[in-house]
Design a protein around this ligand. Structure first.
Ligand code: ZN
Ligand code: ZN
Length: 242
């Protein structure tokens, strides 16, 4: 059985390890490679549970790292040229921002290390088909969604906003579900977590001020870009001033 293609999150983790490893140490016996192989086997990414023991085994991980070696202009003629387009894209994207890459990789590793959280995240569907792309990758995007769906804090946020404003409306465009849809829209609004995942601790507690109330359309638009969008920037677009 062929192993599934490497996912962006997996490439982020492998590339981060590549940048922290000397070319001579790229090997299936390197303990860091073995460790990453275990982490990749826990990531809730591939639909089919791959039951063969070749899935992202240390050999596969070191091969992927050799692919990066072939892409890396610092080592001409080295490495395995059988890399994918996505490998090269992610390499280009992060070659000059290794710190951000490491930050993201650490967050993904932290999420994988928290087995309760991992179970919650695996229940959240991937929206990539819906046109969502994220710099942070799928696991951290799911973490974002998990946070904004925490029903206790969402309820508190909505209650607070209602007490202060007497209505629920989109903080970006002012859309009010109750006004447009009548009783059907009563009490409906979505919550968006405003802190970029690259800035957020995996274990951090969500505060009311971290959340913004937004309509479904604005929420989608906030997530449409690769880079995290501030709600004030979307507001400027909606108001036609940007
Ligand atoms: Zn809106
Ligand atoms: Zn959101």
């Amino acid at each position: 059985m062929r192993n599934p293609k490497w996912h962006r999150d997996e490439i982020i983790l492998a590339l981060d390890l590549y940048f922290r490893t000397k070319p001579g140490n790229i090997s299936a016996k390197n303990p860091e490679v073995v460790k990453l192989s275990k982490i990749l086997n826990k990531l809730p990414i591939h639909d089919v549970f791959v039951v063969n023991n070749e899935f992202r085994n240390p050999n596969g991980v070191s091969l992927k790292m050799s692919n990066f070696l072939a892409i890396d202009p610092g080592y001409p003629g080295k490495g395995m040229v059988s890399y994918s387009k996505l490998d090269a894209e992610v390499f280009e994207e992060f070659v000059d921002s290794k710190e951000l890459l490491h930050k993201l990789a650490l967050k993904i590793r932290n999420a994988v290390g928290n087995s309760n959280l991992l179970i919650q995240l695996s229940k959240i569907e991937d929206d990539i088909e819906a046109g969502y792309k994220t710099k942070e990758g799928s696991i951290l995007y799911k973490l974002h969604k998990y946070r904004e769906r925490n029903s206790a804090i969402v309820k508190k946020k909505k209650n607070k906003y209602f007490r202060e404003n007497g209505k629920l409306e989109c903080e970006v465009c002012g859309f009010n579900f109750n006004e447009i849809y009548g009783d059907l829209g009563n009490g409906y609004i979505e919550c968006h977590h405003k802190i970029a995942l690259s800035q957020l601790d995996v274990e951090a507690i969500t505060e009311l001020d971290d959340l913004a109330l937004v309509c479904a359309n604005c929420h989608r638009m906030l997530h449409r870009n690769m880079s995290f969008m501030d709600i004030r920037d979307l507001k400027l677009i909606v108001e036609g001033t940007k």
